[in-house]
Ligand binder design. Sequence first.
Ligand code: PLP
Length: 388
Amino acid sequence: MIQGNSRVRNLVQSLRTASSFPFKLANNRGYTSQPVPSLQKASQPSARREDEYADVDWDQLGFGLTPTDYMYIMRCSKDEDFKGGRLNRYANIEISPSACVLNYGQGLYEGTKANRTEDGRILLFRPDQNATRMKLGAERMLMSSPSIQQFVDAVKQTVFANKRWIPPPGKGSLYVRPLLLGTGAILGLAPAPEYTFIVYASPVRNYFKEGTAPLNLYIEEEFVRASPGGAGGVKTITNYAPVLKAIARAKERGFSDVLYLDAVDRKYLEEVSSCNIFIVKGNHISTPATNGTILEGVTRKSILEIARGQGYQVEERAIPVDDLVDADEVFCTGTAVGVAPVGSITRRDRRIEFKTEGSLVSKELYSTLVGLQTGRIEDKKGWMVEIH
Ligand SMILES: Cc1ncc(COP(=O)(O)O)c(C=O)c1O
């Protein structure tokens, strides 16, 4: 699908790895002394040339990894602030076998997107929210974390350096993946002595193979995603491998994803494997209240605000699974999934269906969200960050 575009590739170059770096880039061939693209250059007309696209079949884009040119790396040791972040060529990394993240899972990830507008601008959606969430997560996981400013700046640099991988308007987004890892070596269970912050990116389109078709969710009876006192509300990497089995089982049965219930009563809706859930009844929109077991999605928060602004009665509450019977519509929200309508939810042998045709609340809300994200709707909330 992707071929090297040597003309553009030759324009962008990587830097040598700093000798003090905790791990080496495993594939550091081809370094030259030419600088990596800088943000300042974005305002020059030549930086916005429409023909500067990577050689990608944009119509075939799904939600898979398409490696891009650069990643951002910054490190610090415990009790120090992060500093000296820089762009490097995207490559494998070398890491100690006794790194805390490999042995004890001391790691956090984030996800945000950059979009190209019709008039050639590059927009990020609320990256400060992801930065704040990472900071809070780092506190919970006893990790050092970059400042909000450092996080946002790193995301901007990564997007700009990889701008030829941002899909054309309407063809997808550049998904940006910040990682915070306890890379320092340690044997006993304790926080890592060193931390590494990495940002990489990949062009993506629809998350689910269903595309924009309604999702069919399966309520998981055996496995729970998070329990009170745990770290379900934090985007730690350790929350994700345990749900793989539940997702695989649901997919084998023909479902799109899993809807988890609370761990204590197995009665209240929590969230889906990688997105939050909303139910609609008339003019009322509800989503499970966050109580430490549900991830506070940036999309969830934004949709709550958009819905309020559009006159809906919006509520964050404990939602008993039985409320699904009366729901008109159900939808999921997330950076990767956007706002996805749910066509059905199945628990044991009972399948409940929801409205997916005609005028949908989820469609109306998504249209506003995407309008803001792609610059089609004027941003009066100060959510969008333009890269220039
Ligand atoms: C478990 C979980 N819930 C919800 C979300 C949605 O969060 P956001 O809207 O910030 O992408 C995600 C996505 O990252 C997630 O992993």
